[in-house]
Design a protein around this ligand. Sequence first.
Ligand code: AMP
Ligand code: MG
Length: 408
Amino acid sequence: MNPVGKPGKTGSLMPVETALARLLEMADATSIPERERLPLAQVQGRVLADDLLSTLDLPPWPNSAMDGYALRMADWTGEPLVVSQKIFAGQAPAPLLPGTCARIFTGAPVPAGADCVEMQENAQVQADERVAFTEAMTLGQNIRPQGQETTVGELILPAGTRLGPIEQGLAASLGCAELDVVRKIRVAVLSTGDELIEPGQALGPGQIYNSNRVLLCSWLQRLGCEVIDAGILPDDLVTTRARLGELKNVDLILSTGGVSVGEADFLGIALREEGELSLWKLAIKPGKPLTFGHFRGVPVIGLPGNPASTLVTFALLARPYLLRRLGVKDVEPLKVQVQAGFDWPIAGSRREYLRGRLESGRAIIYKNQSSGVLRSAAWADGLVEVMEGRTLVAGDSVSFIPLSEVLV
Ligand code: AMP
Ligand code: MG
């Protein structure tokens, strides 16, 4: 019934790009949340709902790029010119009197009739206050023409753009006080496992602190999501069923853990009962098991529970899915090519995302790449991508995904 859930061959691992393509396909098939209008100062991290077209020419009038003198080239015979007006930024100048120049400052409108600005360093004020220009000048020099940045009607930012400081600044330069953005997607975060307790409580035998919960909640907030912290699910079917049923008004359920083995996979059982579930075995390390399904019509993504696996699968799969649900087109992180600063003698059957950092342009990797070791990622500033079946010697070219790319 769910065509997206079938792996290619029985027992074969699904390539990362296949999983991503399927997730994005499903995101595209889900309608983008409704829009809301927000003051410009509050749109940081949100997604633009409509194309932003320019309603202005920018700059609206030619202005001076320098402190200096505006003149008409044809008036310059080599003789000093009388200064007929002084123009500061924010003023509306009179047309330039023929045969004169105007003192002008950076950002001030160039008076009608002037066709070049000479910088003050190249001008000599004479005893009689006339100004001599001795350097060669060119038509239009030091004038920022009207509309050099944009003209009325031009597409400035397409719908689906993620908004940050630069986009906010650009919208402000066009006079926008408010923008229509996509409503935040509501994501319920569930941690699963009897062994989990929250920080602040005393650790009992066999227990560990829940690290995925805060990691994902905080990350989702950065991505412009509204987080519903749904707490910890015990490894118990009745409770799992009941707790899932309590989730109301959410756009996505994001869980970690409990997806690897059937026996303790209560989330999986609950999804199969009241929705659908595909279990994917991915050619990714750390990672591998990932579930996608629906519970009563709400999409569910189940990430593996080991913290480094959670991090990598969220960064490479869940994050692009979420952004696409918001209408963002370009959802894949930038990869840069760097030299490996390490040897990788044994080829793996899964694509590895090693937690690494750049030192003198070479990627080095954390000493312990276990999927349970989150410290590797705190040490790292990126993921080194080693393709399946590949070996490396130091100096080989590898892809590096900066963590700063995926954490926002
Ligand atoms: P599971 O997929 O439930 O078998 O979990 C795989 C590993 O990740 C186990 O060692 C779990 O204890 C650990 N784990 C699962 N969820 C969390 C979590 N929220 N925080 C920290 N570790 C977790
Ligand atoms: Mg578990």
